[in-house]
Design a binder for this molecule. Sequence first.
Ligand code: ADP
Length: 411
Amino acid sequence: MKILVINCGSSSVKYQFIDTDTELSLARGMVSRIGMAGSVLEHKPHDRPVVKLGMDILDHIVAVEAVVSILLSANHGVIKDKSEIEAVGHRVAHGGAHFTDAAMITPAVMTELRDLIELAPLHNPHNIRGINACNKTLPGLPQVAVFDTSFHHTIPPHAYLYGLPYVMYKRYGIRRYGFHGTSHKFVCERASTILGRPVDQMKVITCHLGNGASMTAIDRGVSVDTTMGFTPLEGLLMGTRSGDMDPAIILHIMAREELSLHEANTLLNKHSGLMGISGVSSDMREIIEAANSGNSMAQLALDVYCYRIRKYIGSYTAVMNGLDALVFTAGVGENSAEVRRLSCQHLDFLGIELDENKNQTARGRDTVISSAGSKVSVLCVSTNEELVIARDTERVIKSMTGSPSKTSATV
Ligand code: ADP
Protein backbone atom coordinates (compact mmCIF):
# COMPACT_ATOMS: atom_id res chain seq x y z
CA MET A 1 0.00 0.00 0.00
CA LYS A 2 1.15 3.54 -0.70
CA ILE A 3 0.59 5.68 2.36
CA LEU A 4 1.05 9.38 2.98
CA VAL A 5 2.32 9.86 6.52
CA ILE A 6 1.60 13.28 7.99
CA ASN A 7 3.03 14.89 11.12
CA CYS A 8 1.48 18.30 11.76
CA GLY A 9 2.94 20.92 14.04
CA SER A 10 1.69 24.44 14.76
CA SER A 11 3.44 25.94 11.73
CA SER A 12 4.76 22.89 9.91
CA VAL A 13 3.66 19.74 8.11
CA LYS A 14 6.25 16.96 7.85
CA TYR A 15 5.42 14.17 5.42
CA GLN A 16 6.65 10.94 3.95
CA PHE A 17 5.13 8.93 1.15
CA ILE A 18 5.83 5.28 1.91
CA ASP A 19 5.27 2.09 -0.05
CA THR A 20 4.60 -0.48 2.67
CA ASP A 21 5.18 -3.41 0.28
CA THR A 22 8.83 -2.46 -0.19
CA GLU A 23 9.04 -0.26 2.95
CA LEU A 24 10.66 2.34 0.70
CA SER A 25 10.10 6.00 1.43
CA LEU A 26 9.30 7.31 -2.06
CA ALA A 27 9.45 10.96 -1.01
CA ARG A 28 9.74 13.00 2.14
CA GLY A 29 9.70 16.63 3.06
CA MET A 30 8.35 19.44 5.12
CA VAL A 31 6.27 22.55 4.73
CA SER A 32 7.47 25.12 7.22
CA ARG A 33 6.50 28.62 8.36
CA ILE A 34 2.81 28.01 7.66
CA GLY A 35 0.88 31.26 8.07
CA MET A 36 4.09 33.32 8.25
CA ALA A 37 6.23 35.26 5.83
CA GLY A 38 8.70 33.06 3.96
CA SER A 39 6.78 29.76 3.96
CA VAL A 40 8.74 27.05 2.22
CA LEU A 41 8.21 23.53 0.92
CA GLU A 42 11.28 21.31 1.08
CA HIS A 43 10.80 18.07 -0.85
CA LYS A 44 13.08 15.08 -1.47
CA PRO A 45 12.07 12.36 -3.89
CA HIS A 46 13.99 9.15 -3.06
CA ASP A 47 15.84 9.17 -6.39
CA ARG A 48 16.41 12.89 -7.00
CA PRO A 49 17.93 15.81 -5.17
CA VAL A 50 16.08 17.92 -2.65
CA VAL A 51 14.08 20.91 -3.92
CA LYS A 52 13.14 24.01 -1.92
CA LEU A 53 10.19 26.06 -3.08
CA GLY A 54 9.14 29.34 -1.52
CA MET A 55 5.35 29.82 -1.64
CA ASP A 56 2.49 31.49 0.20
CA ILE A 57 1.11 28.90 2.61
CA LEU A 58 -1.62 30.42 4.71
CA ASP A 59 -2.87 27.37 6.56
CA HIS A 60 -2.62 23.58 6.90
CA ILE A 61 -5.11 23.00 4.05
CA VAL A 62 -2.91 24.91 1.61
CA ALA A 63 0.11 23.03 3.01
CA VAL A 64 -1.43 19.59 2.36
CA GLU A 65 -2.53 20.75 -1.12
CA ALA A 66 1.07 21.76 -1.82
CA VAL A 67 2.33 18.35 -0.63
CA VAL A 68 -0.13 16.46 -2.83
CA SER A 69 0.65 18.65 -5.80
CA ILE A 70 4.42 18.16 -5.51
CA LEU A 71 3.92 14.38 -5.19
CA LEU A 72 2.12 14.65 -8.56
CA SER A 73 4.45 17.15 -10.23
CA ALA A 74 6.24 16.24 -13.45
CA ASN A 75 9.73 17.19 -12.24
CA HIS A 76 9.70 16.34 -8.56
CA GLY A 77 6.77 13.96 -8.23
CA VAL A 78 6.65 10.22 -7.55
CA ILE A 79 3.07 9.46 -8.67
CA LYS A 80 1.05 10.12 -11.80
CA ASP A 81 -2.42 10.16 -10.28
CA LYS A 82 -3.87 11.17 -6.92
CA SER A 83 -5.52 7.76 -6.66
CA GLU A 84 -2.06 6.23 -6.07
CA ILE A 85 -2.26 7.67 -2.54
CA GLU A 86 -4.19 4.84 -0.87
CA ALA A 87 -4.39 6.10 2.70
CA VAL A 88 -3.13 8.73 5.12
CA GLY A 89 -1.50 7.93 8.46
CA HIS A 90 -1.35 10.75 11.00
CA ARG A 91 0.99 11.06 13.93
CA VAL A 92 -1.25 12.14 16.80
CA ALA A 93 0.46 13.16 20.02
CA HIS A 94 -2.09 12.23 22.64
CA GLY A 95 -4.49 9.29 22.63
CA GLY A 96 -5.27 9.53 26.34
CA ALA A 97 -6.19 6.32 28.13
CA HIS A 98 -8.77 5.51 25.48
CA PHE A 99 -6.61 4.85 22.40
CA THR A 100 -4.48 1.84 23.19
CA ASP A 101 -3.84 1.28 19.47
CA ALA A 102 -3.98 3.17 16.20
CA ALA A 103 -7.52 4.01 15.08
CA MET A 104 -9.35 4.53 11.81
CA ILE A 105 -10.54 8.13 11.77
CA THR A 106 -14.32 8.34 11.90
CA PRO A 107 -16.63 11.10 13.13
CA ALA A 108 -16.74 9.36 16.54
CA VAL A 109 -12.93 9.24 16.71
CA MET A 110 -12.77 12.93 15.77
CA THR A 111 -15.06 13.73 18.69
CA GLU A 112 -12.74 11.80 21.01
CA LEU A 113 -9.71 13.61 19.58
CA ARG A 114 -11.35 16.95 20.21
CA ASP A 115 -12.11 15.90 23.79
CA LEU A 116 -8.42 15.03 24.20
CA ILE A 117 -7.35 18.61 23.40
CA GLU A 118 -7.78 19.29 27.10
CA LEU A 119 -4.94 16.83 27.79
CA ALA A 120 -2.67 18.00 24.97
CA PRO A 121 -3.50 21.62 24.14
CA LEU A 122 -0.07 22.21 22.59
CA HIS A 123 -0.14 19.25 20.20
CA ASN A 124 -3.52 17.69 19.40
CA PRO A 125 -5.13 20.80 17.83
CA HIS A 126 -2.47 20.79 15.08
CA ASN A 127 -2.93 17.08 14.48
CA ILE A 128 -6.68 17.63 14.11
CA ARG A 129 -6.00 20.49 11.71
CA GLY A 130 -3.90 18.09 9.61
CA ILE A 131 -6.67 15.48 9.54
CA ASN A 132 -9.22 18.08 8.43
CA ALA A 133 -6.83 19.36 5.76
CA CYS A 134 -6.34 15.82 4.34
CA ASN A 135 -10.05 15.25 4.44
CA LYS A 136 -10.55 18.33 2.33
CA THR A 137 -7.69 17.68 -0.10
CA LEU A 138 -8.06 13.90 -0.35
CA PRO A 139 -11.77 13.31 0.32
CA GLY A 140 -12.97 9.78 0.91
CA LEU A 141 -9.49 8.39 1.60
CA PRO A 142 -9.05 6.18 4.69
CA GLN A 143 -7.19 8.07 7.40
CA VAL A 144 -5.68 6.49 10.49
CA ALA A 145 -4.48 8.15 13.69
CA VAL A 146 -1.35 6.63 15.23
CA PHE A 147 -0.76 7.83 18.77
CA ASP A 148 2.52 8.66 20.52
CA THR A 149 0.94 7.43 23.73
CA SER A 150 -0.49 4.01 22.70
CA PHE A 151 2.64 1.92 23.23
CA HIS A 152 2.68 3.05 26.87
CA HIS A 153 -0.85 1.88 27.70
CA THR A 154 0.70 -1.15 29.42
CA ILE A 155 2.37 0.94 32.15
CA PRO A 156 0.92 -0.28 35.46
CA PRO A 157 -0.95 2.03 37.89
CA HIS A 158 1.93 2.08 40.39
CA ALA A 159 4.09 3.65 37.66
CA TYR A 160 1.51 5.93 36.06
CA LEU A 161 -0.07 7.46 39.17
CA TYR A 162 1.25 10.68 40.71
CA GLY A 163 1.16 11.32 44.43
CA LEU A 164 -1.82 13.65 44.15
CA PRO A 165 -5.32 13.19 45.56
CA TYR A 166 -6.75 10.24 43.62
CA VAL A 167 -9.72 12.37 42.66
CA MET A 168 -7.43 14.40 40.34
CA TYR A 169 -6.82 11.23 38.36
CA LYS A 170 -10.52 10.38 38.31
CA ARG A 171 -11.66 13.92 37.54
CA TYR A 172 -9.00 15.15 35.09
CA GLY A 173 -7.20 12.01 33.94
CA ILE A 174 -3.97 13.17 35.60
CA ARG A 175 -1.51 10.31 35.21
CA ARG A 176 1.61 9.40 33.24
CA TYR A 177 0.80 8.79 29.57
CA GLY A 178 4.25 8.87 27.96
CA PHE A 179 5.15 9.85 24.39
CA HIS A 180 7.48 8.84 21.49
CA GLY A 181 5.80 5.40 21.71
CA THR A 182 6.21 4.54 18.01
CA SER A 183 9.93 5.24 18.21
CA HIS A 184 10.53 3.29 21.44
CA LYS A 185 8.67 0.29 20.03
CA PHE A 186 10.47 0.44 16.68
CA VAL A 187 14.02 0.66 18.03
CA CYS A 188 13.36 -2.01 20.65
CA GLU A 189 12.22 -4.41 17.92
CA ARG A 190 15.20 -3.45 15.71
CA ALA A 191 17.57 -4.13 18.61
CA SER A 192 16.01 -7.54 19.14
CA THR A 193 16.48 -8.34 15.42
CA ILE A 194 20.09 -7.13 15.42
CA LEU A 195 20.90 -9.18 18.53
CA GLY A 196 18.98 -12.21 17.26
CA ARG A 197 17.08 -12.48 20.55
CA PRO A 198 13.27 -12.58 20.80
CA VAL A 199 11.87 -9.31 22.13
CA ASP A 200 9.64 -11.19 24.59
CA GLN A 201 12.74 -12.53 26.32
CA MET A 202 14.53 -9.23 26.77
CA LYS A 203 14.69 -6.34 29.21
CA VAL A 204 15.44 -3.20 27.24
CA ILE A 205 15.90 0.50 27.94
CA THR A 206 15.38 2.75 24.92
CA CYS A 207 16.69 6.34 24.87
CA HIS A 208 15.00 8.56 22.27
CA LEU A 209 17.19 11.68 22.35
CA GLY A 210 15.95 14.29 19.87
CA ASN A 211 14.83 17.86 20.53
CA GLY A 212 12.28 16.22 22.78
CA ALA A 213 13.80 13.29 24.70
CA SER A 214 12.46 10.34 26.63
CA MET A 215 13.50 6.93 27.90
CA THR A 216 11.38 3.80 28.26
CA ALA A 217 11.74 0.58 30.24
CA ILE A 218 10.52 -2.24 27.99
CA ASP A 219 10.10 -5.55 29.78
CA ARG A 220 9.63 -8.43 27.34
CA GLY A 221 8.24 -6.15 24.63
CA VAL A 222 5.95 -4.22 26.95
CA SER A 223 6.41 -0.61 28.09
CA VAL A 224 6.46 -0.65 31.91
CA ASP A 225 7.64 2.90 32.58
CA THR A 226 8.68 5.97 30.65
CA THR A 227 10.16 9.34 31.55
CA MET A 228 7.64 11.65 29.90
CA GLY A 229 4.46 11.97 31.90
CA PHE A 230 1.13 13.74 31.75
CA THR A 231 2.79 15.99 29.15
CA PRO A 232 6.10 15.70 27.27
CA LEU A 233 7.69 18.05 29.81
CA GLU A 234 8.67 15.46 32.41
CA GLY A 235 11.82 13.38 32.62
CA LEU A 236 15.05 14.06 30.77
CA LEU A 237 16.59 17.45 30.18
CA MET A 238 15.65 18.44 26.60
CA GLY A 239 16.56 21.13 24.07
CA THR A 240 14.29 23.75 25.62
CA ARG A 241 12.25 21.77 28.20
CA SER A 242 13.18 21.46 31.85
CA GLY A 243 12.34 17.79 32.40
CA ASP A 244 12.06 16.64 36.05
CA MET A 245 11.94 19.23 38.78
CA ASP A 246 10.30 19.94 42.12
CA PRO A 247 6.77 21.11 41.17
CA ALA A 248 6.92 23.76 43.92
CA ILE A 249 9.66 25.56 41.97
CA ILE A 250 7.26 26.80 39.34
CA LEU A 251 4.83 28.08 41.98
CA HIS A 252 7.73 29.91 43.63
CA ILE A 253 8.94 31.47 40.36
CA MET A 254 5.42 32.43 39.31
CA ALA A 255 4.97 34.27 42.59
CA ARG A 256 8.40 35.96 42.57
CA GLU A 257 8.29 37.02 38.92
CA GLU A 258 4.53 37.55 38.73
CA LEU A 259 4.26 35.22 35.75
CA SER A 260 0.97 34.35 34.06
CA LEU A 261 0.11 30.70 33.34
CA HIS A 262 1.10 31.26 29.73
CA GLU A 263 4.47 32.76 30.69
CA ALA A 264 5.15 29.93 33.13
CA ASN A 265 4.34 27.41 30.42
CA THR A 266 6.69 29.17 28.00
CA LEU A 267 9.46 29.24 30.62
CA LEU A 268 9.23 25.48 31.19
CA ASN A 269 8.77 24.43 27.56
CA LYS A 270 10.74 26.97 25.53
CA HIS A 271 13.38 28.64 27.69
CA SER A 272 14.64 25.79 29.85
CA GLY A 273 16.65 22.61 29.19
CA LEU A 274 19.98 22.82 27.35
CA MET A 275 19.12 26.33 26.17
CA GLY A 276 18.15 27.55 29.61
CA ILE A 277 21.21 26.22 31.44
CA SER A 278 23.84 27.00 28.82
CA GLY A 279 22.47 30.22 27.37
CA VAL A 280 24.22 28.96 24.21
CA SER A 281 21.78 26.82 22.23
CA SER A 282 19.13 24.10 22.37
CA ASP A 283 21.02 22.23 19.66
CA MET A 284 23.27 19.48 21.01
CA ARG A 285 25.85 19.96 18.24
CA GLU A 286 26.35 23.58 19.28
CA ILE A 287 26.42 22.63 22.97
CA ILE A 288 29.17 20.08 22.38
CA GLU A 289 31.12 22.48 20.16
CA ALA A 290 30.92 25.23 22.77
CA ALA A 291 31.82 22.82 25.60
CA ASN A 292 34.86 21.63 23.63
CA SER A 293 35.93 25.25 23.16
CA GLY A 294 35.92 25.78 26.90
CA ASN A 295 32.43 27.23 27.50
CA SER A 296 31.78 26.05 31.05
CA MET A 297 28.00 26.67 30.93
CA ALA A 298 27.68 24.49 27.81
CA GLN A 299 29.73 21.81 29.60
CA LEU A 300 27.43 22.08 32.62
CA ALA A 301 24.32 21.69 30.44
CA LEU A 302 25.89 18.61 28.80
CA ASP A 303 26.75 17.16 32.20
CA VAL A 304 23.19 17.66 33.54
CA TYR A 305 21.80 16.11 30.33
CA CYS A 306 23.92 12.95 30.53
CA TYR A 307 23.71 12.61 34.32
CA ARG A 308 19.94 12.42 34.08
CA ILE A 309 20.12 9.70 31.39
CA ARG A 310 22.51 7.72 33.61
CA LYS A 311 20.20 8.12 36.58
CA TYR A 312 17.25 6.72 34.62
CA ILE A 313 19.33 3.81 33.29
CA GLY A 314 19.95 2.81 36.91
CA SER A 315 16.36 3.39 37.90
CA TYR A 316 14.85 1.41 35.00
CA THR A 317 17.29 -1.46 35.51
CA ALA A 318 15.90 -1.65 39.05
CA VAL A 319 12.31 -1.42 37.74
CA MET A 320 12.90 -4.45 35.48
CA ASN A 321 15.22 -6.31 37.86
CA GLY A 322 17.86 -6.49 35.13
CA LEU A 323 18.88 -5.24 31.72
CA ASP A 324 19.80 -6.97 28.46
CA ALA A 325 20.00 -4.07 26.03
CA LEU A 326 20.35 -0.30 26.08
CA VAL A 327 19.38 1.45 22.84
CA PHE A 328 20.21 5.00 21.72
CA THR A 329 18.19 6.67 18.97
CA ALA A 330 17.01 9.98 17.39
CA GLY A 331 19.16 13.01 16.47
CA VAL A 332 21.38 13.06 19.55
CA GLY A 333 21.23 9.33 20.35
CA GLU A 334 22.17 8.28 16.81
CA ASN A 335 24.83 10.91 16.18
CA SER A 336 26.57 11.88 19.37
CA ALA A 337 29.28 9.49 20.53
CA GLU A 338 30.04 11.99 23.31
CA VAL A 339 26.52 11.85 24.78
CA ARG A 340 26.50 8.03 24.58
CA ARG A 341 29.91 7.88 26.26
CA LEU A 342 28.99 10.22 29.10
CA SER A 343 25.60 8.52 29.59
CA CYS A 344 27.20 5.08 29.96
CA GLN A 345 29.98 6.26 32.29
CA HIS A 346 30.30 4.60 35.69
CA LEU A 347 27.72 1.95 34.88
CA ASP A 348 30.14 -0.96 34.77
CA PHE A 349 28.57 -2.24 38.01
CA LEU A 350 25.43 -2.91 35.94
CA GLY A 351 27.43 -4.70 33.27
CA ILE A 352 27.41 -1.80 30.79
CA GLU A 353 30.72 -1.42 28.99
CA LEU A 354 31.11 0.59 25.79
CA ASP A 355 33.63 -0.23 23.08
CA GLU A 356 34.83 3.35 22.53
CA ASN A 357 36.08 2.59 19.04
CA LYS A 358 32.72 1.17 17.97
CA ASN A 359 30.97 4.06 19.71
CA GLN A 360 32.99 6.63 17.76
CA THR A 361 32.35 4.97 14.38
CA ALA A 362 28.69 4.06 14.89
CA ARG A 363 27.26 7.15 13.25
CA GLY A 364 24.43 6.49 10.81
CA ARG A 365 24.59 2.70 11.17
CA ASP A 366 22.43 0.37 13.25
CA THR A 367 25.08 -1.33 15.32
CA VAL A 368 26.21 -2.75 18.65
CA ILE A 369 28.61 -0.38 20.42
CA SER A 370 29.27 -2.32 23.63
CA SER A 371 32.46 -4.29 24.20
CA ALA A 372 32.54 -8.03 23.57
CA GLY A 373 32.57 -8.68 27.32
CA SER A 374 29.74 -6.28 28.20
CA LYS A 375 26.88 -8.05 29.99
CA VAL A 376 24.44 -5.53 28.58
CA SER A 377 24.38 -4.93 24.81
CA VAL A 378 24.45 -1.24 23.94
CA LEU A 379 23.14 -0.31 20.51
CA CYS A 380 22.82 2.67 18.26
CA VAL A 381 19.67 2.35 16.10
CA SER A 382 18.07 4.78 13.62
CA THR A 383 14.48 5.40 14.45
CA ASN A 384 11.79 5.45 11.77
CA GLU A 385 8.54 6.68 13.25
CA GLU A 386 7.03 7.30 9.81
CA LEU A 387 7.51 3.68 8.82
CA VAL A 388 5.76 2.52 12.01
CA ILE A 389 2.89 4.92 11.26
CA ALA A 390 2.63 3.58 7.69
CA ARG A 391 2.69 -0.04 8.91
CA ASP A 392 0.06 0.66 11.58
CA THR A 393 -2.11 2.52 9.07
CA GLU A 394 -2.07 -0.44 6.70
CA ARG A 395 -2.75 -2.90 9.53
CA VAL A 396 -5.75 -0.93 10.82
CA ILE A 397 -7.24 -0.48 7.34
CA LYS A 398 -6.80 -4.13 6.43
CA SER A 399 -8.23 -5.31 9.75
CA MET A 400 -11.34 -3.18 9.20
CA THR A 401 -11.97 -3.76 5.54
CA GLY A 402 -10.23 -7.00 4.77
CA SER A 403 -8.47 -5.07 2.02
CA PRO A 404 -7.61 -1.47 1.30
CA SER A 405 -10.68 0.50 0.35
CA LYS A 406 -11.75 4.10 0.02
CA THR A 407 -14.86 3.94 2.11
CA SER A 408 -13.83 5.81 5.22
CA ALA A 409 -16.42 7.96 6.88
CA THR A 410 -16.29 11.63 6.09
CA VAL A 411 -14.94 13.58 9.03
P1 ADP B 1 13.19 16.04 16.62
O1 ADP B 1 12.83 15.76 18.04
O2 ADP B 1 12.91 17.43 16.21
O3 ADP B 1 12.75 14.98 15.63
P2 ADP B 1 15.87 15.04 16.05
O4 ADP B 1 15.64 13.62 16.38
O5 ADP B 1 16.11 15.40 14.63
O6 ADP B 1 14.78 16.01 16.66
O7 ADP B 1 17.15 15.53 16.90
C1 ADP B 1 17.57 16.85 16.90
C2 ADP B 1 18.76 16.96 17.82
O8 ADP B 1 19.78 16.08 17.34
C3 ADP B 1 19.36 18.36 17.87
O9 ADP B 1 19.63 18.72 19.21
C4 ADP B 1 20.67 18.18 17.12
O10 ADP B 1 21.65 19.03 17.58
C5 ADP B 1 21.02 16.76 17.46
N1 ADP B 1 22.06 16.24 16.56
C6 ADP B 1 21.97 15.99 15.24
N2 ADP B 1 23.19 15.59 14.77
C7 ADP B 1 24.04 15.60 15.83
C8 ADP B 1 25.43 15.31 16.02
N3 ADP B 1 26.19 14.92 15.01
N4 ADP B 1 25.94 15.41 17.26
C9 ADP B 1 25.19 15.82 18.30
N5 ADP B 1 23.88 16.10 18.19
C10 ADP B 1 23.31 16.01 16.98
